[in-house]
Design a binder for this molecule. Sequence first.
Ligand code: 6R9
Length: 649
Amino acid sequence: MTTETLYPVPAEWAARAKIDSAGYTRRTELAATDPDMFWRDEAQRLDWIAPFTRVKNTSFNESDFGIKWFEDGTLNVSANCIDRHAARNPAAIAILWEGDDPAESRAISYGELLEEVCRFANVLKGQGIAKGDRVTIYLPMIPEAAVAMLACARIGAIHSVVFGGFSPDSLASRIEDCDSKLVITADEGCRGGKRVTLKGNVDAALRHVHCAGVTSVIVVRRTGGAIAMQPDRDIWYHDAIAEAAVDCPPEPMNAEDPLFILYTSGSTGKPKGVLHTSGGYLLWAAMTHDYIFDYRPGEVFWCAADIGWVTGHTYIVYGALANGATTLMFEGIPNYPDFSRFWDIVDKHQVNIFYAAPTALRALMREGDTPVTRTSRASLRLLGSVGEPINPDAWEWYHRVVGERRCPIVDTWWQTETGGAMISPLPGATALKPGSASTPLFGVLPEIVDADGVVLDGAASGNLVIADSWPGQMRTIWNDHARFFQTYFTTYPGKYFTGDGCRRDPDGYYWITGRVDDVINVSGHRMGTAEVESALVAHGKVAEAAVVGMPHDIKGQGIYAFVTLNAHEVGDAALRAELVRWVRTEIGPIATPDAIQFAPALPKTRSGKIMRRILRKIAEGDFSSFGDTSTLADPGVVDVLVAGRADAV
Ligand code: 6R9
C-alpha cells in the first residue's frame, strides 16, 4: 500500500452539503435495492412533455442486448436547458463568455439565449433540416457553438461537434460517416493571439467526394478574416438569424431519440461515432453536475474544456444549463497573455467552481506559484479534475496553491461513452485521497476483474468494468451497432468494459491506472495509436509504423512513433520534421508526435504481431525489464532499437 494523505470533508461543507456521507449511503442503497423508484425520483429534475411509465429496460447480454431508459417518455432537451429557466428568471445569466483577448467578454441571459436558439433553430429548418438529420458543428469556443447545439436539440436534429483542431481530412471523415447535411463553422478562430483556419478547412473537407450530402454551410463571423463564400452553399450566420422568426416551439422527442453523435478514438480502426440519446443523457448530465459540483443558484461554474470533447458537451452546455447555472465559456488558452490567465478570469467573473484537466494544471505548476498567488481567487469554493489520472503532486499543488486548502477537489472519472461522471467524490460526503477518483456515484456498479473475467473483491487490481446500465450510457456506435456490442460487451460478457485498468484500495477507493488498450491519453485527449500509425504509413516514404505512449511531464502521455522506411530512404532530421508536419496535417495538431525513431525493423512475433510491450519499454527509456522475448522472430531487433533511441528523443 502506498502511504496516502486523507483529506476529510471540511466542517463547513459537511454542514451545508447537498449530500453528506449519510445521504450518500442512503442513496447508494436505494439505487441498489429499488432502482426504479430511485431513478423515477431523480428524473423529476427534468420537465417531461409526456411522462414515462417504464424506467429501465436494459440488458448487456447478447441474447436480448439493448439499452433503454424512460422509453415511453417525451421531452425536449433545449426546453429543459433554456425555456424553463427563461420563464422563471429571463435576466439570469446563462453563458458568460470570455474571449481569447482579455478585453472581450459577453454575458448572455437565459431570455436572450432562448431568443437566439429559437431564431437559429428556424434558420436550420429553413435550410431543410428536420428531426433526425445530422448537423456537423466545427466552431471555436464562442457562444454560437452552444446556440448551435441547442438549436439542433430544439428541432430534433442530431449534432456532431468536431473539435476545431482537427484537420480537413479528419473533419471530412466525420462528416461522411454520419452523412451530415449541414456544417456550421466560423471564418476563423482565435487562440493565444493567433488565428485558426476554420472555414478554409471546411472548404477543403467538402471538396472530398464523399461529403456530397452537405447542402449548406453556415458561417459565423468571428474575426472578419478573408474567406471565400460559395454563393449557392454558404450563408452568414448573422444575416440568417436577423431574418428568422423568434418563435420556435420545441419538438417533442422520445427519451430514446438521439441527441448527439461525438466521435472518439478506439483501439482499432477509425474513430467511433458515440451516440447519446435525449432523456437518460440529460438526466445524467444534470444530476452529476448538481451533486458533484454542489451547484447553487447564482453561482458561476467554469468547465475549462473545449466543446469539441465530451466534457464540454456535458458540463459546459447540457448539465450546467439543465440546472439553470451560469456557465463560463473561455475561448483562449491558459498561458495567454500570461500564465495568470485562468486565475485572472476567476477574479474577473467571480468564478465559484473551476473544473479542468491535469495537463493544464501541470503546465501551470511548472511556472511556479507567483502567477497564481498574485491573483485573489477568493470566489473559488470547489475545484475539479477530469480527463486523465491526476498525479498526487499536481493534486497537492492545485489544493494548496490554487484552492488555498479551502476548496475540495472532485476528481471525476468518466468517458465519452459514459455521458457524465461515474466515479467521483461528492464534496460534502467523501474524504479525499490525492490521485484517486474515490467512489462510484449512486447507481454505478463498478467491478474489478482479472484477465479471465473473474470478479475480484476487496482490495484488488485489474480491469474496470461496469456491471449494469446507467441512464447516461451511450446507446450505440452510429451506423455500427455490431461494433458497439463487440467493442464494449464481449471482452467480459454481460458487462461494460471501460478499457481502463484500476486498483481498489482497502477503503474501497478506486485508482484509475490508465488505458489497458491501444488508446493513449495525450493532454487529456484520447488518441488511438492505430490512427497515428495509419497517418504515418500513408506517407510515401514510410513502410511501417508502430505508435505507443511515452511518459510526458506535462501531457501525461506523449506520442512515440517507431517508423520503418521504404528501402533506400534515409531517416534524417529533415524527414523526421517532415513526418511530424505530415501527421499534423493528416489528423491535426493534437496528434503531433513527440518522438520519431527510425527503426530498421520492428519487434514481431513469429505470427507477425508487433510486441508493443517492448516498444512501450523502449519509449519509456526502461531497458531493464523486457520480459520474455523468446517468441520474437528476431530478438536481435530489440538491441538495435535500444541503441537507436537516443536519436529519437
Ligand atoms: C471525460 C473524458 C476517457 C478516458 C478514460 C480514462 C481517462 C478520464 C479520468 C481518467 C483517471 C480521471 N480519464 N477521467 N483517468 N482519472 N479522473 O475524459 O472522456 O475523452 O472519452 O476519455 O480518459 O482513461 O477511459 P474521454
